[in-house]
Design a protein. Sequence first.
Lengths: 578, 439
Amino acid sequence: MEHKRTGSVIKINGNMVTAESDNFIIQNEVAYVVSGQEKLKAEVIKVRGKTAQMQVYENTSGLKLGDKVEFSHELLSVELGPGLLSEIFDGLQNPLPGLARQCGFFLKRGVYLPALEDSKEWPFNPLCQTGQIVRAGDKLGFTQEKIFKHYIMAPFSLAGDLEVVEIAPEGKYNLQQPIARLKDETGKIHPAFLKQSWPVKIPITAYRKKLKPQTPLVTKMRLIDSLFPVARGGTYCIPGPFGAGKTVLQQLTSRHAEVDIVIIAACGERAGEVVETLKTFPSITDPRTGRPLSDRTVIICNTSSMPVAARESSVYTAVTIAEYYRQMGLNVLLLADSTSRWAQAMREMSGRLEEIPGEEAFPAYLESRIASFYERAGEVELRDGSIGSITIGGTVSPAGGNFEEPVTQATLKVVGAFHGLSRSRSDSRRYPAIDPLISWSKYKSFISEEQVAAGQAILRRSSDISQMMKVIGEEGTSLADYIDYLKGEFFDFVYLQQNAFDKVDEATDQKRQKHVFDFIYNNILNKRFVFSDKAKALHFFQSLRQLFKGWNSVEPSSEEFKKIEQEILLLLKENTNA
Amino acid sequence: MHKVYTDIVEISGDVITVEAEGVGYSEIARITTSRGVSLAQVIRLDGKRVSLQVFAGSKGISTQDKVRFLRSPMRVASGSNLLGRIFNGSGLPLDNGPELNENLIDIGGPPVNPVKRIIPDKMIRTGIPMIDVFNSLVESQKLPIFSIAGQPYNDLLARIAIQAEVDIIVLGGMGLKYDDYLFFRDTLDAQGALSRSIFFMHTASDPIVECLLVPDISLAVAENFALQGKRVLVLLTDMTNFCDALKEISITMEQIPSNRGYPGDLYSQLASRYEKAVDFDTAGSITILAVTTMPGDDVTHPVPDNTGYITEGQFYLKNRVIEPFGSLSRLKQQVNGKTRDDHRVIMDTMIQLFASYRETLEKQSMGFGMSDWDKKLLRYGKLFEEKMMSLKVNVSLEKALDLGWEIMASCFAPEETGIKKSMIEKYWPGIRQTKNGKD
């Protein structure tokens, strides 16, 4: 690169700073505003003639007109390499524990730390020979990061066939020592390191093809897995009013979901919730690996009081790290809480750019931004034939809990599953508060379609009858209708609802879900019951519910499990009409 | 000395524009007019045009008045000299005491690094059973009191200020009626709580810009104490006035409104204040209780709605009591397991029974006959409302728990409450006494 390009500040409005430069300017490049000793990171978001409008990722107090601006020639990028797992980053990938060591209680502006420790040595095992031809994203070797084989890949930024002219032998290397030299088609030699960097707003596409998401991603939440499943490589959203349990749902998913790596993007939400995750995860053991949950987790934390512009980039930082691990053939789950805060960050910036506003003052490009974010999910076949996936689950915080607002509507257009939370369910303590009457999923469940349809049908019927009963009273309802109502309530209470405070009930694996759903389908949903009156019916379903609740909190391998199953069968036998 | 500028080229609302050079963003300036002196803050820089928000309002400013830039951001004095003092939104004394200029700290400082926070686990006792027993207030919690005009929310705040077990109280008043301000001052003074309190008061007749400063200035002072290991409770009333001031100013600034005229960054503005609530790893804490009046009792109004997404629960003050349904302390589970072993039992059982009482009331109003059980519930509900819910009740947590057992025992047989046997044996009045008698 030639000499450094610079400019000077000509306008300041909140965190939007306009600079003038005699040189060329690159859209979305990173620039630094120099104010005394401090250098504040910014991103060019609009270029007009010789001026660049930039969003500054920091508080802009004290900046002056005429302050120097240094353009970096680089797009906003993240570092990708071993050492990301169990880290806690802010939206710009600054490691928060490192910042705390350096600056204490507060996030001092203008302090940026490298995301990965350059001097740390990692064992490297080569997987290719000199003379071999590789392409961007192909595996050059691997190192061990926690329980994962962390593949070191040919830089994603290189194009065409690359010849390996040199590959490091097995040994320990730090992040600044080259482990390979690659010659591209023009004869230029590029070094490769254990880490590489990648611009966050551009998807990594070094794979052979994108596949249709088909394998269910087991979250161990019965309501989701059985009725409104999520597929590996799929997308889903959770809109809901405040207090309906969005964040608790995300926390449960991050703990129990059957994936290799979970990336949590805490975007513009409460700091307290992130604190809970980051303080408890190191001491919770992941039953699948026997290791702490934090070993498979990366937290991107840009909570509501942290700079708004960095909030906008935090979801991109998160999804880029997800894409990096997908390239290794791993299954990654990205949980973004909350995409509404991300959309609001775009709205704030759009307002300062004086763009013509769309609905509720959101920018006109809101929909396309949301769509292109969710489109970065997907299951892909890599060039060596292995499969990796990113599943994205985003919460939405609609204003007033009303789903008819731009962010919810734009999200619904692009996701594969919708888990709508309702205030009435959470008020009556029915958790998870996903409303089965409004939610949907385009993915296939491991429960048969016929059974799913029967489950949904009884829920709808039960709700219709309960509405009717509010008008005509219990007396006016026929016994058959009343039994259907009880069936639906029973299904809701013992299957859809899960007790997050019960060790066994909080997570139900696929095998158990199938077994129990089969049981309910065959013995209850599909059976006719005969009772002499409503009180008898009510009493029967109450006892059934009680037995089932006990069953739900018993380990499936225990003797107790079989015993309760027999008890339930016995009770059913006494009351069904064969 | 600092250069003085006299080229005011625009006055619109409380924002003036002056042509000047070398000015820093967010810097404070002093404007001398024929009416006196006011502070102002830079809110926009565009070429030579510097826009300033005038704290005392722009009424009477002449285009040739003098503007002097002070080369620093907004600051406030800090430290124990502030205790017992009353200031306005700009930090000037309202109580005839001397102006303070020591230990100046910036207001609206940087956010706390999340990894330096700890999981909150200390309860703040208030002597109000509806809070202590049913929705415990936890150190570092941020909780709004959702209410409507005419409800005794300021009385409630004053009571909490007097009784809460904390080291320091910072009270920020926004758009208060002058008599409310006097009420706070006199009540706290009479109860001897003034000496551990600091007031930042903006009354409805004060300039609107000062209203915006109140939360920042209150929280900056609170943060300074918290860093010295003090447990600080910040009481803010009324945050809806703060939001309305934001709305007024952003519209004057020709910003595009998003929802009912409020600016698009309302959420971030509120969050940056509420998120100052913190329990510092190795230092003190800040707890925030903020009154949010709901226009038209509508919880989906942008102000309570955005607040609800930020805070850790809410208290609903309705019909002069804290309504048990709808009120929620998200952090109560962190503390109510460690108080007395019957705390959660009382909390759950009494609320369930109270819910049944409400259902019975509904049945009664529709003219259905009352069963024996219904009659018991009616009796219970009445007692609960009188002895627990009424804001006049003022007892310690332990007394309130005992009272809970008494109320239940005077209405129900033990098994009707569904409480575990071991708890009944330990606490149920009649049974407890006979058992103790045998010992």
